[in-house]
Design a protein around this ligand. Structure first.
Ligand SMILES: Cc1ncc(COP(=O)(O)O)c(C=O)c1O
Length: 482
């Protein structure tokens, strides 16, 4: 462990980071006992309190397990837990290593900064803040979001056009109900695409019409045939294929909207995490009068907050706020005040910057795992977000790899799960790398690698058998030339 006293970083932070790195790269393996705080403090010439704080931080994050007065050890990777509903509705075991897409690293939630924002905003809130609030959202939060989205995503807006909702699930629901009241009967959706979004559309009495996605994103040429008055797209990082909507398609989509009067719902669910290129601009910035911009805290902080926002053209505000008021009279005020303070203090920017580095490193490790264990599996859609698409060669059947993962308690998700139609498509896995806790990442990646290596080896064997059978072939009735 190297401690740099001149770096300005607190010693406890440096020590915790050094231990995380040692666990991460396998120098400290599961179950290993760490020195007592006194012994390590003496070794490193730091106070015992520094070591106690670092150990406590790592125990809270799940890297270490400690009993009061007992030995501190490297914690085992998470174990299977019952709880999640299975496809049949019964309780299914949680996989030990879950590569579920769309979940951020919940252990990295900035608890201290969030609690500080909560404490400060609550202390400052007048008694009136505890009454019914503005159903459109707390003005301070709408103000903070308007400037944040302008700065970070180039969204053109002002607070009067921002509507706070309880997750994008509610945002989509509000939009669908307003569109339905205005006579729409269908909304075009991406195929493959966000499954829950489709369910919400259908639940609101509209028909989700599947429009295919290819290497350039949504097939806008198919939109006209869908005869819908609105389309929901993920242009910055298509969910789940990860492709970015090409500039030709962006132009075509906006031209479709201008020509038909159709509304574009731009779901920008994870675009704040972009790794290799400059962030892509939003459709909303190109055409704010025809595009609803939709964002959420679910990928940036945590789905449990149920905080999301719509930035809408002026003609939609009143109807949407009326439906929101009828739904729940507004999202919880204290959480909104907390988020406003969290953003104003710069804590959201800091969290985003830190998380981006962590997710990019994890993405690189997943890509490295594929290359090392199953080079025929091709990662795509890796430039942004919390998941990538691992394209399988034809010999590797998606369902078999998912089942092989389940046998090793590795949660893998096939592209088929997100399909909106039964169009034929190549097999692929949607690999989420946000939800894998860092302290378990080494074991999780090893299990992923072993699963894919097993699948690739099986596929190679069956290809060799087929070729062998072809080479041996049926004996011709007459030998050529005979
Ligand atoms: C494509 C997509 N859009 C939006 C969301 C956000 O939904 P919510 O804000 O309701 O958590 C998700 C979450 O899973 C998603 O996958």
């Amino acid at each position: 462990v190297q401690i740099d006293r001149s770096s300005g970083t607190p010693l406890r932070t440096q020590l915790a980071q050094a231990i995380r790195t040692a666990i991460d790269d396998g120098r400290l393996s599961y179950g290993v006992a760490l020195p007592s705080s006194r012994a390590l403090g003496e070794d490193l010439a730091v106070s015992r309190g520094v070591v106690v704080d670092a150990y406590a931080q790592l125990a809270a994050e799940g890297w270490l397990s400690a009993r009061p007065g007992g030995t501190t050890r490297v914690a085992p990777p998470p174990v299977a837990q019952p709880g999640r509903r299975g496809a049949s509705g019964g309780a299914a075991a949680e996989p030990r290593f879950d590569f579920r897409p769309g979940i951020p690293d919940l252990e990295a939630f900035p608890r201290a900064a969030w609690m500080a924002a909560m404490r400060q905003s609550f202390a400052d809130a007048p008694a009136g803040a505890l009454s019914y609030g503005d159903p459109q959202g707390v003005p301070a939060l709408r103000q903070a979001l308007a400037s944040y989205l302008g700065r970070v995503r180039g969204v053109l807006t002002d607070p009067s056009l921002v509507i706070i909702c309880s997750g994008l699930v509610q945002g989509v629901s509000l939009l669908c109900r307003v569109l339905r009241a205005r006579g729409l009967s269908a909304v075009a959706v991406e195929d493959p695409g966000w499954r829950r979004g489709r369910e919400v559309i259908a639940h609101c009495g509209l028909d989700p019409v599947a429009v295919p996605v290819d290497e350039e994103g949504l097939r806008v040429d198919r939109l006209a045939a869908s005869a819908t008055g609105a389309v929901m797209v993920t242009p910055a990082h298509q969910f789940p294929t990860g492709v970015a909507l090409s500039s030709a398609r962006r132009a075509a989509l906006l031209a479709w909207s201008q020509k038909t009067g159709g509304l574009v719902i731009e779901d920008d669910y994870d675009a704040e995490y972009r790794y290799d290129h400059q962030p892509l601009g939003t459709l909303q910035a190109l055409c704010p009068g025809r595009v609803v911009y939709a964002g959420s805290l679910s990928k940036t902080l945590a789905p449990a907050l149920r905080l999301a926002w719509l930035v809408v053209p002026p003609g939609l505000v009143d109807d949407l706020v009326a439906v929101k008021a009828a739904d729940d009279a507004g999202s919880p005020t204290l959480e909104q005040l907390t988020l406003a303070r969290f953003m104003e203090s710069g804590a959201l920017d800091r969290h985003r910057r830190r998380s981006r580095l962590r997710y990019r490193a994890m993405r690189d490790r997943v890509v490295g795992t594929l290359a090392a264990h199953a080079p025929e599996v091709r990662p795509t859609g890796i430039a942004a977000g919390l998941h990538l698409l691992a394209r399988l060669p034809p010999e590797m059947a998606e369902a078999e790899i998912v089942a092989a993962g389940a046998r090793r308690s590795v949660g893998l998700y096939g592209l088929g799960f997100y399909a909106a139609s039964d169009r034929p498509r190549p097999g692929a896995l949607v690999i989420g790398f946000g939800a894998v806790p860092r302290h378990a990442s080494q074991a999780a990646l090893a299990a992923l690698g072993a699963t894919l290596a097993e699948g690739a080896a099986g596929a190679r064997r069956s290809t060799a058998r087929r070729h062998g059978a072809l080479a041996a072939g049926p004996v011709p009735a007459q030998l050529p030339g005979a």
